[in-house]
Ligand binder design. Structure first.
Ligand code: ZN
Ligand code: ZN
Length: 263
Protein backbone atom coordinates (compact mmCIF):
# COMPACT_ATOMS: atom_id res chain seq x y z
CA UNK A 1 0.00 0.00 0.00
CA UNK A 2 1.00 3.62 -0.35
CA UNK A 3 0.29 6.86 1.53
CA UNK A 4 0.92 9.99 -0.53
CA UNK A 5 -0.24 12.73 1.79
CA UNK A 6 2.02 13.19 4.81
CA UNK A 7 2.85 16.51 6.48
CA UNK A 8 5.79 17.51 8.69
CA UNK A 9 6.25 19.91 11.61
CA UNK A 10 7.45 22.57 9.15
CA UNK A 11 3.80 23.45 8.43
CA UNK A 12 3.34 24.53 12.04
CA UNK A 13 0.31 22.33 12.70
CA UNK A 14 1.74 18.80 12.57
CA UNK A 15 3.70 16.82 15.14
CA UNK A 16 6.35 14.12 15.34
CA UNK A 17 9.64 13.45 13.58
CA UNK A 18 9.66 12.54 9.91
CA UNK A 19 11.37 9.25 10.82
CA UNK A 20 8.40 8.39 13.06
CA UNK A 21 6.05 8.74 10.08
CA UNK A 22 8.32 6.42 8.10
CA UNK A 23 8.45 3.89 10.97
CA UNK A 24 4.66 3.84 11.15
CA UNK A 25 4.52 3.08 7.41
CA UNK A 26 7.12 0.32 7.88
CA UNK A 27 5.06 -1.18 10.66
CA UNK A 28 2.11 -1.30 8.25
CA UNK A 29 4.39 -2.92 5.61
CA UNK A 30 3.69 -0.13 3.14
CA UNK A 31 5.47 -0.24 -0.20
CA UNK A 32 5.79 3.51 -0.62
CA UNK A 33 5.03 6.81 1.08
CA UNK A 34 5.26 10.41 0.03
CA UNK A 35 5.69 13.51 2.11
CA UNK A 36 3.46 16.29 0.80
CA UNK A 37 3.91 19.19 3.15
CA UNK A 38 2.34 22.58 2.43
CA UNK A 39 4.14 24.72 -0.13
CA UNK A 40 4.68 28.27 1.23
CA UNK A 41 1.63 30.44 0.53
CA UNK A 42 2.12 33.09 -2.13
CA UNK A 43 -0.51 35.37 -0.61
CA UNK A 44 0.75 35.73 2.95
CA UNK A 45 3.20 34.31 5.43
CA UNK A 46 1.52 32.21 8.12
CA UNK A 47 3.85 29.89 10.08
CA UNK A 48 0.81 28.06 11.47
CA UNK A 49 -0.13 26.97 7.92
CA UNK A 50 3.04 26.41 5.89
CA UNK A 51 6.81 26.35 5.95
CA UNK A 52 8.72 29.39 4.70
CA UNK A 53 10.42 29.50 1.30
CA UNK A 54 13.77 29.27 3.06
CA UNK A 55 12.77 25.89 4.53
CA UNK A 56 11.95 24.25 1.20
CA UNK A 57 15.52 23.17 0.42
CA UNK A 58 15.95 21.68 3.86
CA UNK A 59 12.62 19.82 3.50
CA UNK A 60 13.86 18.13 0.32
CA UNK A 61 17.21 17.35 1.95
CA UNK A 62 15.45 15.74 4.90
CA UNK A 63 13.55 13.46 2.53
CA UNK A 64 16.80 12.52 0.74
CA UNK A 65 18.35 11.67 4.10
CA UNK A 66 15.34 9.48 5.04
CA UNK A 67 15.67 7.59 1.74
CA UNK A 68 19.20 6.61 2.80
CA UNK A 69 18.16 5.72 6.34
CA UNK A 70 15.19 3.58 5.29
CA UNK A 71 16.10 1.72 2.08
CA UNK A 72 13.36 -0.90 2.61
CA UNK A 73 10.56 1.53 1.73
CA UNK A 74 10.19 3.91 -1.21
CA UNK A 75 9.99 7.50 -0.04
CA UNK A 76 8.81 10.18 -2.43
CA UNK A 77 9.21 13.96 -2.29
CA UNK A 78 5.79 15.47 -2.85
CA UNK A 79 4.30 18.83 -1.99
CA UNK A 80 0.78 20.15 -1.39
CA UNK A 81 0.38 23.44 -3.25
CA UNK A 82 -2.48 25.89 -2.89
CA UNK A 83 -4.32 27.01 -5.97
CA UNK A 84 -4.71 30.78 -6.21
CA UNK A 85 -6.33 32.07 -9.41
CA UNK A 86 -4.08 34.69 -11.00
CA UNK A 87 -0.93 33.38 -9.32
CA UNK A 88 -0.33 30.45 -11.69
CA UNK A 89 3.03 31.82 -12.93
CA UNK A 90 4.33 32.41 -9.42
CA UNK A 91 3.17 28.95 -8.34
CA UNK A 92 4.85 27.34 -11.36
CA UNK A 93 8.07 29.18 -10.63
CA UNK A 94 8.12 28.11 -6.96
CA UNK A 95 7.35 24.50 -7.93
CA UNK A 96 10.09 24.44 -10.55
CA UNK A 97 12.82 25.20 -8.03
CA UNK A 98 12.78 21.60 -6.77
CA UNK A 99 12.44 18.14 -8.33
CA UNK A 100 9.25 16.99 -6.71
CA UNK A 101 7.96 13.49 -7.44
CA UNK A 102 4.41 14.83 -7.49
CA UNK A 103 2.39 17.93 -6.65
CA UNK A 104 -0.98 17.81 -4.90
CA UNK A 105 -3.10 20.81 -5.86
CA UNK A 106 -5.53 21.89 -3.17
CA UNK A 107 -8.12 24.60 -2.76
CA UNK A 108 -8.08 25.84 0.86
CA UNK A 109 -8.98 29.47 0.11
CA UNK A 110 -11.95 31.18 -1.53
CA UNK A 111 -11.20 34.85 -2.24
CA UNK A 112 -8.64 34.81 0.57
CA UNK A 113 -10.95 33.10 3.09
CA UNK A 114 -9.45 29.93 4.60
CA UNK A 115 -12.72 28.01 4.66
CA UNK A 116 -11.18 24.82 6.10
CA UNK A 117 -9.57 26.69 9.00
CA UNK A 118 -11.59 26.53 12.23
CA UNK A 119 -10.37 30.03 13.14
CA UNK A 120 -12.47 31.45 10.29
CA UNK A 121 -15.56 29.22 10.51
CA UNK A 122 -17.80 32.30 10.95
CA UNK A 123 -17.26 32.92 7.24
CA UNK A 124 -19.87 30.28 6.35
CA UNK A 125 -22.58 32.61 7.67
CA UNK A 126 -22.11 35.05 4.83
CA UNK A 127 -22.66 32.44 2.10
CA UNK A 128 -25.58 30.70 0.50
CA UNK A 129 -24.22 27.17 0.88
CA UNK A 130 -25.07 26.03 -2.64
CA UNK A 131 -23.35 29.09 -4.11
CA UNK A 132 -20.36 28.33 -1.93
CA UNK A 133 -20.16 24.75 -3.23
CA UNK A 134 -20.52 26.03 -6.80
CA UNK A 135 -17.68 28.50 -6.28
CA UNK A 136 -15.51 25.85 -4.63
CA UNK A 137 -15.96 23.24 -7.36
CA UNK A 138 -15.33 25.91 -10.00
CA UNK A 139 -11.99 26.68 -8.33
CA UNK A 140 -11.09 22.99 -8.20
CA UNK A 141 -11.84 22.68 -11.93
CA UNK A 142 -9.63 25.70 -12.66
CA UNK A 143 -6.88 24.25 -10.46
CA UNK A 144 -6.91 21.02 -12.48
CA UNK A 145 -6.84 22.92 -15.77
CA UNK A 146 -3.68 24.85 -14.88
CA UNK A 147 -1.56 21.75 -15.50
CA UNK A 148 0.46 22.62 -12.39
CA UNK A 149 -0.71 19.63 -10.37
CA UNK A 150 -0.61 15.83 -10.63
CA UNK A 151 -3.22 15.12 -7.96
CA UNK A 152 -6.25 17.07 -6.76
CA UNK A 153 -6.29 17.09 -2.94
CA UNK A 154 -9.38 16.27 -0.86
CA UNK A 155 -11.81 16.80 -3.73
CA UNK A 156 -14.87 17.74 -1.63
CA UNK A 157 -13.11 19.52 1.25
CA UNK A 158 -15.88 22.14 1.30
CA UNK A 159 -18.01 19.65 3.31
CA UNK A 160 -15.48 19.64 6.18
CA UNK A 161 -17.70 21.41 8.74
CA UNK A 162 -20.80 19.66 7.48
CA UNK A 163 -22.48 22.70 5.94
CA UNK A 164 -24.53 21.01 3.24
CA UNK A 165 -26.67 22.55 0.51
CA UNK A 166 -30.23 21.29 0.08
CA UNK A 167 -29.79 21.22 -3.69
CA UNK A 168 -28.21 18.31 -5.53
CA UNK A 169 -24.55 19.09 -6.20
CA UNK A 170 -24.08 16.31 -8.79
CA UNK A 171 -24.09 18.68 -11.81
CA UNK A 172 -21.39 20.85 -10.17
CA UNK A 173 -19.26 17.81 -9.41
CA UNK A 174 -19.67 16.32 -12.89
CA UNK A 175 -18.49 19.54 -14.53
CA UNK A 176 -15.42 19.60 -12.32
CA UNK A 177 -14.65 15.93 -12.98
CA UNK A 178 -14.77 16.58 -16.70
CA UNK A 179 -12.12 19.30 -16.25
CA UNK A 180 -10.02 16.95 -14.11
CA UNK A 181 -10.29 14.19 -16.69
CA UNK A 182 -9.44 16.54 -19.57
CA UNK A 183 -6.37 17.78 -17.68
CA UNK A 184 -5.13 14.21 -17.15
CA UNK A 185 -4.99 14.74 -13.40
CA UNK A 186 -5.87 12.18 -10.72
CA UNK A 187 -7.61 12.62 -7.37
CA UNK A 188 -6.79 11.21 -3.96
CA UNK A 189 -8.94 9.28 -1.57
CA UNK A 190 -8.11 11.23 1.59
CA UNK A 191 -9.07 9.63 4.90
CA UNK A 192 -8.59 12.78 7.02
CA UNK A 193 -12.27 13.66 6.64
CA UNK A 194 -13.05 10.82 9.03
CA UNK A 195 -11.16 12.75 11.73
CA UNK A 196 -13.02 16.00 10.98
CA UNK A 197 -16.57 17.20 11.90
CA UNK A 198 -17.94 15.76 8.65
CA UNK A 199 -16.79 12.26 9.66
CA UNK A 200 -16.53 11.13 6.04
CA UNK A 201 -13.75 10.28 3.60
CA UNK A 202 -12.91 12.85 0.88
CA UNK A 203 -14.50 12.40 -1.57
CA UNK A 204 -17.83 10.78 -0.71
CA UNK A 205 -18.60 7.35 -2.19
CA UNK A 206 -21.16 8.98 -4.51
CA UNK A 207 -18.50 11.32 -5.92
CA UNK A 208 -15.98 8.49 -6.09
CA UNK A 209 -18.41 6.55 -8.27
CA UNK A 210 -18.71 9.58 -10.58
CA UNK A 211 -14.90 9.80 -10.69
CA UNK A 212 -14.66 6.19 -11.82
CA UNK A 213 -17.37 6.69 -14.41
CA UNK A 214 -15.51 9.70 -15.79
CA UNK A 215 -12.23 7.72 -15.92
CA UNK A 216 -10.38 9.81 -13.33
CA UNK A 217 -7.59 7.80 -11.63
CA UNK A 218 -7.12 7.73 -7.86
CA UNK A 219 -4.29 7.66 -5.38
CA UNK A 220 -4.38 7.36 -1.59
CA UNK A 221 -3.48 9.69 1.26
CA UNK A 222 -4.08 10.02 4.99
CA UNK A 223 -3.24 13.75 5.22
CA UNK A 224 -1.20 12.72 8.25
CA UNK A 225 -0.36 15.51 10.69
CA UNK A 226 0.86 13.03 13.29
CA UNK A 227 2.78 9.74 12.84
CA UNK A 228 -0.16 7.54 13.92
CA UNK A 229 -2.26 9.03 11.10
CA UNK A 230 -0.16 7.28 8.44
CA UNK A 231 -2.32 4.71 6.67
CA UNK A 232 -5.21 5.42 9.02
CA UNK A 233 -8.58 4.02 7.87
CA UNK A 234 -7.11 2.81 4.59
CA UNK A 235 -9.19 -0.38 4.92
CA UNK A 236 -12.28 1.83 4.50
CA UNK A 237 -10.67 3.79 1.66
CA UNK A 238 -9.90 0.57 -0.22
CA UNK A 239 -13.40 -0.81 0.29
CA UNK A 240 -14.78 2.48 -1.08
CA UNK A 241 -12.40 2.44 -4.05
CA UNK A 242 -13.45 -1.09 -4.97
CA UNK A 243 -17.14 -0.29 -4.50
CA UNK A 244 -16.71 2.62 -6.89
CA UNK A 245 -15.18 0.24 -9.44
CA UNK A 246 -11.46 0.93 -9.09
CA UNK A 247 -8.89 -1.85 -9.46
CA UNK A 248 -5.67 0.18 -9.44
CA UNK A 249 -4.09 3.22 -7.84
CA UNK A 250 -1.66 5.79 -9.17
CA UNK A 251 1.92 6.30 -8.01
CA UNK A 252 4.42 8.96 -9.03
CA UNK A 253 8.16 9.28 -9.48
CA UNK A 254 9.64 12.47 -10.91
CA UNK A 255 6.14 13.40 -11.97
CA UNK A 256 5.69 10.25 -14.05
CA UNK A 257 2.56 8.27 -13.26
CA UNK A 258 2.33 4.51 -12.87
CA UNK A 259 -0.30 2.20 -11.47
CA UNK A 260 -0.35 -0.67 -9.01
CA UNK A 261 -3.15 -3.14 -8.52
CA UNK A 262 -5.48 -2.58 -5.60
CA UNK A 263 -5.39 -5.63 -3.39
ZN1 ZN B 1 -5.04 20.20 2.28
ZN1 ZN C 1 -2.70 18.13 3.60
Amino acid sequence: MIDYHIHTTRCGHAEGKMSEYVRQALQLSFLEIGFADHLPLLTKRDPSLTMSEEQLGEYIQAIEWLKEQFPSINIRAGIEADYFPGLEKETASLLSSYDFDYVIGSVHFIDGWGFDDSRYIEGYKSWNIYDLYAKYFELVASAASTGLFDIIGHLDLIKKYNFRPEEDITPLVKKTLKAIKDAGVCIEINTAGLRKPVGEIYPSIEILRLCHKEGVPITLGSDAHSPEHVGMDFDLAIIGAKQAGYSEIAMFKQRQRNFIKLR
